[in-house]
Design a protein around this ligand. Structure first.
Ligand code: EPU
Length: 484
């Protein structure tokens, strides 16, 4: 057993500070990092099968949508992750009865008695997630007012909410920013609007959908995000009675309806988690079958994976084959041996290469022979985690310029948002503090790929988006243990 290095490590970088005391909000929520350390004995190829459940970035929004219905909703395949707990807590505070259904992963949400919650109660969730911003429309429809706490989420750039507020005002909401959070009301109800987003923001598109679906009249949203999670949210709203048309060129039209009912929905699988495990297979020279992963949502990732030299097989042909029962398909990813190839990539909105695929893949790219380029165009500060990889022996240089493809929004601003990765590099063990969710998983992959024993601090942050990851690691043959 390794000796405990220190009892307390600094809070992770995403952790917001209490405005009054200056203390990290995570501490107020009694989250400490003392027992939050994973010891990783690296160098073993990960091998085996794991399963992904419903997509975190759909589940949380579908849970908010349940508020809009007048009868209970049922959501299946819900992973046990922190973001789900936060949204569940907020729903319960507003009178929604949330219970576990008969099936494993089934959540039943009964919004029959929606009621206001106090600012203090809601503020317990301040700084814990970005999802509370999506409660605006549904609460305004149900209660005529809403209070939204300070948002949390990963520290990967400024992450403003100006598009959300602008859209809400166009719908007729009155938005007051106060020191304790944001108060909203809709004295004249909410009505449809003609909107155009300056950038196809996922959250702002969801805000518009969740507000417009019950607003009076028709809403037209231009330059909307069209991620698979958004299409799945549209499916949820359609099941509830919504009338939503997706036109070409990122135009979504929503005909408001006065009433919605509950839904029953099996969400799309988590394509971010699936890609994270795929990158782990490549970086550790292993083979991982990700059950539940769906090819259609991952085409862009799969093309890149293949270009680098990784191999994959879509195994969903087993499903429904005569005589085959109880077998679930997915995608099997593996490193075929030999050198990996470098690649020039840029992250983008759908159908581009997702920003959340970037960090785990960069770890694999440290093993490719030659120079790879990663141009991050969605968030301005999502390459900070590369410092830790360099400490482990990687050679990654970050630049303010737009390298590789087309100039992006950050080109003439002062953000280091392009990386050049020179490989292959032999990674060695290090002590790492997890900075945010996806970078955290990337650090974990690097520790698994490295020779020697690493200590990874703040691993509980990974529970925000990766269900049961320690048991999954064990199932894949990783040598990891909690520092005790
Ligand atoms: N933006 C603005 N103003 C706004 C809203 C967004 O300038 O009002 C900017 C952002 O600063 C960013 C860009 O638009 O530069 C894209 O942000 P977007 O709104 O699309 O992101 P989000 O809705 O906050 C979701 C996911 C992220 C994922 C992005 C992009 C959830 C809970 N989060 O964030 O997921 O990276 O879309 O696909 O759905 C994660 O899962 O780890 C994660 C960060």
């Amino acid at each position: 057993m390794l000796p405990r290095l220190q009892n307390r490590v600094p809070p992770p970088a995403f952790c917001p500070l209490d405005k009054h005391s200056g203390a990290p909000i995570a501490r107020r929520l009694e989250v400490t990092l003392t027992d939050d350390v994973l010891v990783v004995h690296g160098g073993t190829p990960l091998q085996g099968q794991i399963r992904v459940r419903g997509a975190k970035n759909l589940i949380s929004k579908a849970m908010v949508a349940a508020l809009l219905g007048e009868t209970p909703s049922r959501l299946f395949d819900v992973p046990r992750i922190r973001d789900v707990e936060v949204v569940r807590g907020l729903l319960e505070l507003h009178g929604v009865k949330v219970t576990d259904g008969a099936d494993d992963g089934e959540l039943v949400m009964d919004p029959t008695n929606v009621e206001s919650a106090s600012t203090d109660e809601i503020n317990v969730h301040a700084g814990s997630s970005r999802i509370p911003i999506l409660f605006c429309g549904p609460l305004l429809h149900r209660l005529g007012r809403a209070f939204i706490p300070d948002l949390g989420g990963c520290h990967i750039g400024p992450r403003p909410i100006d598009f959300h507020i602008q859209a809400l005002r166009e719908f007729g909401a009155v938005v007051d920013k106060a020191p304790e959070g944001m108060h909203l009301s809709a004295p004249n109800g909410l009505h449809g609007a003609k909107l155009e987003l300056p950038y196809p923001s996922v959250g702002a598109t969801e805000q518009v959908l969740l507000t417009a679906v019950r607003a009076e009249g028709t809403t037209e949203l231009r330059n909307a995000a069209i991620e698979p999670e958004i299409m799945d949210l549209i499916c949820v709203l359609q099941k509830m009675g919504g009338i939503i048309t997706v036109h070409t060129d990122r135009v979504i039209e929503i005909q408001g309806v006065p009433k919605l009912h509950g839904y029953a929905h099996k969400p799309i699988p988590d394509r971010i988690e699936a890609a994270s495990w795929a990158a782990a297979a490549l970086a550790t020279k292993g083979e991982i079958e990700v059950l539940g992963a769906r090819q259609a949502d991952m085409m862009t990732f799969l093309n890149v994976f293949r270009s680098i030299g990784g191999e994959f097989e879509v195994t969903d042909d087993r499903v429904g084959r005569p005589g085959v029962t109880g077998v679930e398909g997915g995608i099997k990813f593996w490193h075929p041996g030999g050198d990996l190839q470098p690649v020039a990539l840029e992250t983008d909105v759908h159908p581009g290469f997702m920003t959340d695929w970037q960090q785990p893949l960069v770890v694999a790219l440290t093993q490719a022979r030659g120079l790879s380029i990663m141009h991050e165009t969605v968030y301005e500060q999502r390459l900070g985690y590369t410092d830790a990889l360099n400490q482990m022996g990687a050679t990654i240089q970050v630049y303010r310029d737009c390298l590789g493809g087309t100039p992006c929004r950050f080109g003439r601003r002062n953000f280091k948002h392009s990386a050049v990765i020179a490989g292959p590099s032999k990674l060695h063990a290090a002590d790492l503090v997890i900075p945010d969710l996806r970078a955290g998983f990337a650090h974990l992959i690097a520790a698994l790929a490295a020779e020697g024993t690493s200590r990874v601090y703040g691993v509980d942050l990974i529970n925000r988006g990766y269900e049961d990851f320690e048991n999954k690691l064990a199932a894949l043959g990783a040598h990891v243990e909690r520092l005790s």
